[in-house]
Design a protein around this ligand. Structure first.
Ligand SMILES: *Cc1c(COP(=O)(O)O)cnc(C)c1O
Length: 375
């Protein structure tokens, strides 16, 4: 083998993850190519059954992407214009975008500094007569505190829609996320823990009614061809993506376990560095990303880059500070924890194919950076 000059250690490696499945994937492509059935067919149906079984839920509905999963779950759940949805300011934009897309208003609650997820002690003070739903995000693959969230929701009769886009396979108190709330939303974007070679998404639920409504909405509001009972969306999944996801689904637990092991290694090796704060490993976390909290992260990021190590900033702008949300909801609010995390979090390379040698290089480069700082 040719030794490349300097291999870059990437944050994520979806291509490497697919490498071992090349033959199976190619066979699936051939099969679908010749089947003549390309959108929302048998592969999608089977994927729905298999994921429902994997997650332990009654219903799974394949969709075009994770953002649509959030939009359709909210809309099917009866959330509409002027309604308020309680959510986190520290997530990918799509979380707030979905709420805004249906005319509802995101009401933010700051995050817990140890989990980066919704601080449940601050939820009740944000409830008004217009609150209709809580939308927790299982950020970076760590389940949100679903027990207190569900009990608040039950008390006030709100829906709970889980944004589980980063948490396929994550567990909360022994149960897979997605099936804990009224609906769970997943994305199969290539870099997610279970991803295809394009866009894909899914809503899972134990409500037959909600599932039926989402099935209607995803296909132009029609259950019967050319007979439209609602104004819907075109949010169907392609057969090729369903076939790919069916091939990869049996692998996801092992991939997640590899992520957990690498994350634990990062934790053990870096925790003694007093300049770094790291989330304690929590059972059930499946580490979509592994981030450390550091001051002046841009300097560390540039240093790592010099040693051919990629790192990432998720997310540099809390949602309430984004121009797209200017003047919406209760503007002028501050969420200090989210704002600090937005400045300090730095994601390190973590994927199932990261080798120990590569990880050691990342770890020793970080240690070397702080030694030089002291010297
Ligand atoms: C990826 C992601 C989404 C959106 O999923 P897409 O498939 O890209 O539309 C929503 N929320 C979170 C937290 C995500 O990470």
């Amino acid at each position: 083998m040719m030794e490349a000059k300097e291999q870059v250690i990437n944050l994520m490696e979806p291509r490497k993850q697919l490498h071992a499945y090349h033959q199976e994937l190619t066979a699936a492509f051939e099969r679908i190519l010749t089947s003549g059935n390309y959108v929302l067919g048998e592969e999608c149906e089977r994927l729905e059954q298999e994921v429902a079984e994997y997650l332990g839920v009654q219903e799974a509905i394949t969709l075009a992407n994770g953002t649509d999963a959030l939009i359709l779950a909210l809309e099917a759940g009866g959330v509409g214009p002027g309604d308020e949805v309680i959510t986190t300011p520290f997530s990918f934009f799509a979380t707030a975008e979905a709420i805004l897309r249906i005319g509802a208003i995101p009401i933010f609650v700051d995050v817990d500094p140890t989990t980066y997820n919704l601080d449940v002690t601050q939820i009740e003070e944000r409830i008004t007569s217009r609150t209709r739903a809580i939308l927790p995000v299982h950020l970076f693959g760590l389940p949100a505190a679903m027990e207190p969230i569900m009990s608040i929701a039950k008390q006030y009769e709100f829906m709970v829609i889980e944004d589980a886009c980063q948490a396929f396979g994550a567990c909360y108190v022994g149960k897979k996320v997605g099936g804990l709330g009224d609906a769970g939303c997943f994305s199969f974007f290539p870099t997610k823990n279970l991803g295809t070679i394009g866009d894909g998404g899914m809503v899972v639920t134990n409500s037959k009614e909600l599932a039926e409504r989402i099935r209607l909405l995803r296909n132009h509001g029609s259950a019967r061809k050319y007979f439209h009972t609602a104004v819907g969306y075109n949010s169907r999944l392609d057969e090729i993506h369903a076939a790919i996801l069916r091939i990869l689904l049996p692998q996801v637990d092992q991939w997640n376990q590899q992520r957990v092991q690498l994350a634990q290694r990062y934790y053990e090796q870096l925790r003694s560095c007093e300049k770094i704060t790291i989330q304690k490993p929590i059972a059930g976390h499946i580490y979509h990303l592994f981030s450390i909290e550091v001051e002046q992260r841009e300097r560390l990021q540039a240093y790592l880059q010099k040693y051919h190590i990629s790192s990432g900033t998720y997310y540099p702008y809390p949602l309430h500070t984004l121009p797209a949300l200017a003047g919406i909801g209760r503007s002028g609010e501050t969420f200090p924890v989210a704002e600090r995390l937005a400045k300090e979090l730095l994601a390190l390379p973590l994927h199932p194919h990261l080798s120990i040698t590569e990880q050691d290089h990342v770890i020793s480069t970080i240690q070397q950076y702080y030694q030089e700082q002291e010297g």
